[in-house]
Design a protein around this ligand. Structure first.
Ligand SMILES: Nc1ncnc2c1ncn2[C@@H]1O[C@H](COP(=O)(O)OP(=O)(O)OP(=O)(O)O)[C@@H](O)[C@H]1O
Ligand SMILES: CC(C)(CO)[C@@H](O)C(=O)[O-]
Ligand code: BAL
Length: 376
């Protein structure tokens, strides 16, 4: 992380970033670093977070937590807006959690954009302040170190790693979990730590990561976590692609093809809604057909122009368990979801923008909720 932070106290924001400081002239008031041009506090340790958080309880102020891994975009900002509408203080965590990355995944190249994130958050907070409809503001960024989050040492990224983990099965083995076997263990573990550290009244997650949202609801229920889970709708590009920090890996050639997943899911949604199909094959077939026809059209192009992809899954699942469904019960609805792997661009052209980090293979996920029918 860069040191472009300002501080409410003079002197060494960057030299000693790990804990809040006493204000000058011996006063006992704690001061904190703040993001530039804002009053958003930067809390870099669990101790600093707790020192800030505890007095709010006595004042009956509600606290919202928005967990992120940084590289912020409008999807993240939508979560913060929803949180500020409903709570007095919003804390955004920025923590690249190594435990949810498999060994062959993109931990080392994951986009890291601290300065841009700080500027976006400061701008958003000013907009929140100008809108009287909001209950609260963006009060703090929690940006702990790996050591702070894993005080006994980071347990490792392997399925066989020993350590203190939260596991939620069979949910964590399905769909995303089938391709990323340590992913949900890492998410459930870090979110448990974040919930324990922040003790939020409400937590905000994005619908874009549908299985993650289901997992968090289950975690909160099964471990009696005293918080309320809010899931915010997916923010999309005009052509339907879900905003995602990993989209920066795509480059223009693959970016043009990437909406295929959303359009495939929309085809399935139409089959459910327009043709009143209830059966798995009738709903998913149009999605598979759409993906196949886009892939066939790309395959027919010269290698220097095309963008190929592999479909990992197209799923029709139960909204609570994410087990595959043969038939949708309209009183319960269902989740349509999918994952594709955009393969690296073939035959790159001189000067072609292949995307962040040279344009590796990129996993994209998306989903659409088939809502339960409302009874008149
Ligand atoms: N397009 C979006 N709309 C709404 N919420 C989103 C969107 N993208 C991400 N979120 C939510 O933001 C939170 C933090 O997600 P994260 O930092 O992993 O960003 P991301 O864009 O999902 O990144 P990645 O590309 O790694 O999946 C999660 O709750 C996630 O569901
Ligand atoms: C919830 C989360 C911040 C946990 O690291 C991450 O999985 C994400 O960004 O969706
Ligand atoms: N958006 C979920 C975090 C991940 O895919 O690693």
């Amino acid at each position: 992380m860069s040191c472009s932070l300002s501080t409410t106290a003079p002197s060494s924001a960057c030299a000693s970033p790990s804990s809040p400081r006493r204000s000058p002239r011996g006063s006992s008031r704690l001061t904190h670093e703040t993001l530039p041009s804002s009053s958003i506090k930067v809390l870099r340790s669990v101790d600093a977070l707790r020192a800030w958080r505890n007095p709010l309880r006595q004042d009956h102020r509600t606290v919202a937590l928005v967990p992120t891994m940084g590289a912020l975009h409008q999807g993240h900002l939508a979560l913060i807006r929803a949180a500020a509408a409903e709570c007095h203080h919003v804390v955004v965590s920025l923590f690249l959690n190594p435990a949810q990355f498999g060994r062959n995944e993109d931990l080392s190249s994951y986009p890291s954009t601290w300065d841009a994130d700080a500027a976006r958050l400061a701008t958003l907070d000013r907009a929140l302040a100008d809108d009287a409809a909001n209950l609260g503001r963006l009060s703090a960024v929690f940006a702990p170190s790996v050591h702070d989050m894993y005080p006994e040492g980071f347990p490792g990224q392997d399925v066989a790693s020993d350590g203190s983990f939260v596991t939620i099965t069979p949910l964590a083995r399905l769909l995303e979990g089938a391709s990323r076997p340590t992913f949900f263990r890492g998410v459930a573990t870090v979110c448990t730590k974040l919930f324990n550290a922040v003790q939020p009244d409400r937590v905000y997650f994005g619908q874009k990561d549908a299985q993650q949202a289901v997992l968090i609801r289950r975690l909160v229920r099964d471990f009696l976590v005293p918080t309320h889970v809010v899931v915010v709708p997916t923010v999309r590009e005009p052509d339907g692609l879900a905003l995602s920090s990993r989209n920066v890996y795509l480059g223009p050639r693959r970016r043009n093809v990437a909406p295929v997943l959303h359009h495939a899911l929309r085809a399935a949604e139409r089959a459910y809604e327009t043709h009143a199909s209830r059966h798995r094959d009738a709903i998913l077939r149009p999605a598979r057909d759409h993906a196949s026809s886009v892939l066939a059209a790309q395959t027919a192009l010269p290698p220097s122009q095309r963008a190929l992809f592999e479909v990992d899954y197209l799923s029709l699942s139960d909204p609570d368990t994410m087990e595959e469904l043969e038939t949708v019960d309209p009183t319960r609805g269902a989740i349509l979801s999918g994952a594709i792997k955009m393969l690296p661009a073939e035959d790159p052209q001189p000067g072609e923008d292949l995307g962040h980090s040279g344009g590796p293979a990129v996993r994209l996920i998306d989903n659409i909720i088939l809502k339960p029918a409302t009874t008149a």
